[in-house]
Design a protein around this ligand. Structure first.
Ligand code: ADP
Ligand code: MG
Length: 210
């Protein structure tokens, strides 16, 4: 599974992460809780391979992922600013990563059906994503990540923009989906309630360490 050892990152001579280490076990949902500016998004970008640390390693089953580019890591990302493609339908948004992988048409259809079923949005295939509510858009973003059958899911404050009751509903739904699919996940938030509602384990990121 995923192991992070001694990750350090400095921006403009300011140390942000100073020796971050943790691991995520099979099927486990880990919430990374930290104040705004504590380095949560930076840490996720390092795990995703979108940024390199000055020190430390990101390992999967003991193998260092440093030489593995982001798209080859098989990690699904649902980021706050990782928006859907507004000019595409729900189907085409969910199918996007599958077409990038050149999967056969029948397999793409099967995976889109299966992912929309998981988020209970069957029948929305031909809708434009601009015709969806904020909550529905975040569920489609989740379906897009699930469709690629990732070995790890990462969420960066995905519910930030939604109101409270909708947030609670989506958290419950997400918790159920993560347990049903058994995909390990890292969920980043500054919201303590959100973290405790979702996590099997909560890690506090404070002053650069866990
Ligand atoms: P969080 O997600 O916990 O709010 P971030 O990881 O986004 O924290 O950012 C933590 C700090 O690192 C912020 O003070 C931010 O200004 C700084 N930072 C993030 N990315 C960069 C960058 N590319 N260049 C310089 N500073 C950055
Ligand atoms: Mg952030």
């Amino acid at each position: 599974m995923l192991t992070i050892t001694n990750i350090s990152k400095t921006y403009e001579h300011q140390p942000l992460l100073t020796g971050v280490s943790f691991s995520v076990d099979a099927g486990e949902t880990v919430c990374l809780l930290g104040a705004s500016g504590s380095g949560k998004s930076t840490l996720l970008r390092i795990i995703a391979g979108l940024e390199s640390p000055e020190a430390g390693r990101v390992l999967w089953d003991g193998i260092d992922l440093a030489p593995t580019p982001p798209h080859a890591r098989d990690f699904g990302l649902v980021f706050q600013d990782y928006a859907l493609f507004p000019h595409l339908t729900v189907f085409d948004n969910v199918a996007f990563g599958l077409r990038m992988r050149n999967l056969p048409k029948s397999e793409i259809q099967k995976r889109v059906d299966e992912s929309l079923d998981l988020i209970t949005m069957c029948g929305f295939e031909s809708r434009r994503v601009t015709e969806l509510s904020g909550g529905e858009q975040q569920r489609v973003a989740l379906a897009r990540a699930l469709a690629t059958h990732p070995r790890l899911l990462m969420f960066d404050e995905p519910l930030g923009a939604l109101d409270r009751s909708l947030k609670e509903d989506l958290l419950n739904e997400l918790r159920a989906i993560l347990h049903r699919t058994n995909i390990p996940a890292i969920y980043v938030t500054h919201d303590q309630e959100e973290a405790f509602a979702l996590a099997d384990r909560v890690l506090l990121l404070h002053e650069g360490t866990i």
